[in-house]
Design a protein around this ligand. Structure first.
Ligand SMILES: *Cc1c(COP(=O)(O)O)cnc(C)c1O
Length: 355
């Protein structure tokens, strides 16, 4: 249990108006959560303070060797007027899996969730209420030792910042085009692919630029060794419906274990669908598409929840999925998950957590 000091701002900012376009990641609330780590003392000085710049030495280790991790989840305005989180315990667990891999000290799961609730509670009036909007929650940890040697830092800062964000799809679900990258790779087994950390994104930018130049919005990564098996999209996990069966690549150490991925797998199984987590090669996918058995493709992640894929490009070939229409299971999953998140549907799995 953290003892959190709360210091409210004297200069509250203008909140976005109802109906205003929020976009993603541009607007920040009045407050942030901060906590320090010092070797020998552990995590200390938990506080919610006014959102502000931070002062760090230019020699702070995070700037040089990238020792940092982050998380991403959302707070939703329920129709009952309460604020809700969705499965924050999963983010707390994954944060520690990232911490372990990156030699960052762990944060007890209950402290992580308590910190998220504390800062969301202070800024609860910033949770937007227009349909499809939410308050994006971004916890992250950085290494702060003033030292240019390569070693785990002895000091860290843990922050949680909040950003009101708009409906991902302004006018209903819209299919995206995806570029299967066959030159660059994002991660390899034994590396940091399963951890949520900036380094994975730094490695991904060049292919993202290439995909955009080619007219596609996202990159689908292949495995780093054989460049044969499907891994995941830049910030989403990937699902296929082939012959009525739901398929997704098995977690193999180089794929990020998404909370939305886990939610989709649980729902599909509860609905009695056939579900497989296994290796899926790009060739298998193409072959299913050619024989008319590739019925649906969608990405899963906190930002968009479910993102239908309408086009896939692999080498010289472009495959169109479902004639640009949203697949039935894709739409059903989107409706079910967002319905639970906004409190419009029952929550038999106990995924909603009140702030
Ligand atoms: C965050 C992330 C995801 C999606 O995870 P969710 O918990 O569902 O938001 C997928 N892939 C990568 C690389 C990510 O960073």
């Amino acid at each position: 249990m953290l003892n959190i000091r709360i210091e409210k701002t004297d200069h509250p900012k203008q909140k976005p108006q109802k109906g205003e376009k929020l976009g993603f990641g541009h607007i920040f609330t009045d407050h942030m959560f901060v906590m320090n780590y010092t070797e020998g003392r552990g995590w200390h000085d938990a506080r919610v303070v006014p959102f502000d710049r931070v002062s760090l030495s230019p020699a702070a280790m995070v700037f040089h060797y990238g020792q940092e991790m982050f998380e991403g989840l959302k707070a939703y305005a329920g129709k009952d007027g309460n604020a809700y989180l969705f499965r924050p315990d999963m983010n707390a667990k994954r944060a520690n899996a990232s911490n372990d891999r990156l030699c960052i000290p762990r944060i007890p799961e209950e402290d992580f969730v308590q910190a998220v609730k504390a800062v969301v509670d202070v800024d609860r009036d910033w949770i937007p209420t227009d349909p499809g909007t939410s308050l994006y929650v971004r916890p992250f940890i950085i290494a702060t030792d003033e030292f240019l040697g390569v070693a785990p830092s002895k000091t860290y800062l843990f922050f949680i910042i909040l950003s009101p964000s708009g409906a991902y799809y302004a006018s209903g679900l819209a299919p995206v085009g995806i570029w299967i990258e066959d030159e660059y790779v994002r991660a390899v087994r034994g590396g940091i692919g399963f951890a949520k950390t900036g380094g994975n994104y730094a490695a991904s930018l060049i292919a993202q630029v290439k995909a955009h130049d080619g007219g596609f919005s996202q990159v689908l990564w292949l495995d780093g060794v054989e460049r044969k098996y499907i891994e995941e999209v830049g910030a989403m996990n990937i699902f296929f419906k082939i012959d009525g069966k739901i398929l997704t690549p098995a977690l193999n150490g180089s794929i990020l274990p998404g909370v939305t991925r886990n939610t989709v797998l649980q729902l599909a199984r509860q609905w009695g669908m056939e579900v497989e987590e296994r290796r899926i090669s790009a060739d298998e996918l193409l072959e299913a598409a050619h024989s008319g058995r590739l019925e649906e493709v969608f990405g899963t992640g906190t930002a968009a929840v479910i993102s239908p894929v309408g086009r896939l490009r692999f080498k010289d070939e472009i495959i169109t999925i479902g004639d640009g229409k949203i697949g039935e299971v894709t739409q059903k999953l989107y409706d079910e998950i967002t319905g639970i998140q906004y409190g419009l549907l029952p929550d038999p799995n106990g995924w909603r957590v009140q702030v």
